[in-house]
Design a protein around this ligand. Sequence first.
Ligand SMILES: COc1cc(-c2[o+]c3cc(O)cc([O-])c3cc2O[C@@H]2O[C@H](CO)[C@H](O)[C@H](O)[C@H]2O)cc(OC)c1O
Ligand code: UDP
Length: 509
Amino acid sequence: MPPLLARGCDHHTTRHVSSASLADAMASANVLLLPEPGSGHLMSLIEAGKRLLGHDGSDETPGLTVTVLIIRPATAESAAEVDSHVSRVAASGSGIRFHHLPAVEPPTDCAGNLQEFKSRYMQMQAPHVKAALADLDAAALVIDFFATGVIDAARELAVPTYVYFTSTAALLALTLRLPALDETVEVFDGTVDVPGMPPVPAGSIPGFLGDKKSPNYTWFVYHGRRFMDADGIIINTANELEPGLIAAIADGQCVPGRRAPPLFPIGPVIDLGLKGWSEDCVHRWLDAQPHASVVFLCFGSLGYFDVAKAHEVATGLERSGHRFLWTLRGPPAAGSPHPTDADLDELLPEGFLERTKERGLVWPRRAPQKEILAHPAVGGFVTHCGWNSTLESLWHGVPLVPWPLYAEQHLNAFELVSDVGVAVAMEVDRKRNNFVEAADLERAVRCLMGMSEEGTKAREKATKMKAACRKALEDGGSSYAALQGLRHAILTGTGCNGVASPGETHGQN
Ligand SMILES: COc1cc(-c2[o+]c3cc(O)cc([O-])c3cc2O[C@@H]2O[C@H](CO)[C@H](O)[C@H](O)[C@H]2O)cc(OC)c1O
Ligand SMILES: O=c1ccn([C@@H]2O[C@H](COP(=O)(O)OP(=O)(O)O)[C@@H](O)[C@H]2O)c(=O)[nH]1
């Protein structure tokens, strides 16, 4: 069971530089980042670190250094991924520093309970995190949302601690609300009340919250409580994307009677640079397609299809009559969560490639997703709704069809269709391992790529969100202001809010 320390006050750890000038504080502030060592979370937090440093084109922050604490991943495969990413960032001249924490033996008694595993493994790092905070003279600690178990270690050294939330304001609102729901709700059925969004069907609640007896659920209740102890919550979204949710969180609607920690929506935090085409034939194929005519299908780092699912997709795409670029990955090898390169002969119906060769390309490896979404020939995206993929799509104004698979993606899918309005719904049978019938895929693709009212609305909204996301990051935009507010809070040790209430500025004066 996660330990819960009683705390009397809300936002407390004030660095003793608040009376000193900002210039003095700027002389020495070292911000430590503690990512969960899964590559998605690690990359997102490093990207946020680059934004803090200002090396992404926004204002430089003199005197601020960013050091990423690297935890040894639990598997060799994951360690290789993390190593290669760290080497790339270290060689890129970003200014990000790295500090490897001593090895800790991962827990061995939570097989199959991934959220429990991640939370416990992060909590076990607490003594090493505490030593690093002292040795590296930390001004602030920014932790992954699975790492709230280290908050007390930082508190003992009076180091202000911020949570970095890699996902949506919707998941954050639900997680903050969870301790109260836990006391009043036996099972999630019907709809669930998440402040700031339409009633959420129980079928869209993340799977790891579906079973109250599961340690995964218990850990999320714990994290929901501990988020309230943070000095701020940095979130990878923009006010323009989730305005109702951000207002509800900032107004304290998720935990009535307690002031929410300052919220810093600094997103989209995605790597905005295009690296050029690693896959030349995909590029050449797209160049030959008409503007906005291609539906792109891609399902994240962990999404894959077996023969039955692949046949439904192939049939649906063939019958839709639309152009397509499909990243098809095969089931993982034993002991790995990662998909394999697809064996197309095995996975696809006979003759499919020949029949669709004039208008379709099936790509059997990891695809250069960002570059594809940026290509003018791409007009729609069938996606697992990972939050990074969603932000990448909206950054380029591409409307979506959600096909959620794992983690929090069913909640993301519901929000994108019913709240943000940038996606066309598709029937996904969660009880049959997220199976989609060919006819449902065909309908959704026709609706998104054709002239339907629903598709047109989603396209128009995606175009608006593209403009809004870009504006949010510009000087004077909402995320730019939140980032400035965050830098100020870190440098002065004051918890000013990144979200301006009406008539309020960001407290940088
Ligand atoms: C958001 O809640 C959870 C996310 C994950 C999770 O784990 C994961 C592990 C890996 O080894 C590689 C990954 O790429 C990966 C991704 C992942 O979820 C995605 O995280 C993104 C943030 O970077 C984003 O939030 C996406 O929407 C997620 O799909 C795992 C998990 O429990 C095991 C979560 O509760
Ligand atoms: O074939 C692929 C699959 C995924 N991605 C990238 O991997 C990340 C996936 O992150 P997301 O949060 O969407 O989902 P996750 O894989 O973490 O579940 C995004 O940056 C994608 O662009 C990619 O480049 N090619």
